[in-house]
Design a protein around this ligand. Structure first.
Ligand code: ATP
Ligand code: MG
Length: 247
């Protein structure tokens, strides 16, 4: 049995908008074990981002319990939650969320700034390692506006990896990228998965689910499907079949 690192127990999230209550999550329960590569799918408004924000400790449920690595997130104070988030979770967003006019190294170093265990030199080393791991060893000093979309997304992934998080959460991480670049990013996630990382990937694209180990489908704030994928496709093979981008 693999170690369980996420457990959701009847999670509900309501938003109050004027007189109206929006039930974004209506009682979601599941657990995720170390080393799973999970997609969360569902139509627009089904609650995917709300769920991901919950998993990433960016938001707290209206009711229900969330255990991250065995610890109840509900019982934590704000500071404790922020520190847990910083140590255990790496985020990748569709819009990259990089600092503008800032180099790749500086962007990737950010999550380590709050960690007293790292000296300036150690931060830089870690950051270079993470950028090399995502194939950007030759773009260390490029600024955000001097990179392509795929490269910016790689920087964002390096930033998510730099403090060795227990889980990586991605919200539409390939949503803004062309087909080839999407598969390159998917390949990178598959490689991270092979190295034992736990990844949760929100997407609109059913094709992506075929490259992951488990697929959870949301509808109107409920989990309506939760399946293990018995035949995980290889992003490398898909990439080899695509025509090359012309530079
Ligand atoms: N801060 C908020 N205040 C009020 N309602 C919200 C808030 N955040 C989300 N909602 C509502 O909760 C529901 C779920 O939203 P969510 O962003 O989780 O959907 P989603 O599945 O990520 O959609 P998309 O695919 O369009 O990104 C929607 O009906 C949305 O309008
Ligand atoms: Mg969303």
């Amino acid at each position: 049995m693999k170690k369980e690192i996420i457990r959701l127990d009847n999670i509900k999230r309501d938003f109050q908008v004027g007189e109206e209550t929006v039930h974004a999550l209506r009682g979601v329960s599941f657990s995720i074990s170390e080393g799973e590569f999970v997609t969360i799918m569902g139509t627009s408004g089904s609650g995917k981002s709300t769920l991901l924000n919950m998993l990433g400790c960016l938001d707290t449920p209206t009711s229900g319990d969330y255990y991250l690595d065995g610890v109840s997130v509900r019982k934590m104070g704000k500071n404790e939650r922020a520190s847990l988030r910083n140590r255990k979770i790496g985020f990748v967003f569709q819009s990259y969320n990089l600092l503008p006019k800032t180099t790749a190294i500086e962007n990737v170093e950010l999550p380590l700034m709050y960690n007293p265990a790292y000296s300036a030199a150690a931060r830089k080393n870690k950051s270079i390692q993470a950028l090399e791991a995502v194939g950007l060893g030759d773009r260390l000093h490029h600024k955000s506006n001097q990179m392509s979309g795929g490269q910016m997304q790689r920087v964002a992934i390096a930033r998510a990896l730099v403090n060795d998080p227990v889980i990586i959460l991605a919200d539409e991480a390939t949503g803004n990228l062309d087909t080839r670049t999407s598969y390159e990013i998917l390949l990178l996630f598959q490689e991270l998965h092979k190295m034992g990382r736990t990844i949760i990937f929100v997407t609109h694209n059913p094709e992506i689910a075929r490259y992951c180990s488990r697929n959870i489908l949301l509808r109107d704030g409920h989990v309506v499907e939760d399946r293990i994928n018995p035949t995980i496709l290889s992003a490398r093979e898909a990439l080899d079949k695509l025509p090359k981008n012309e530079d």
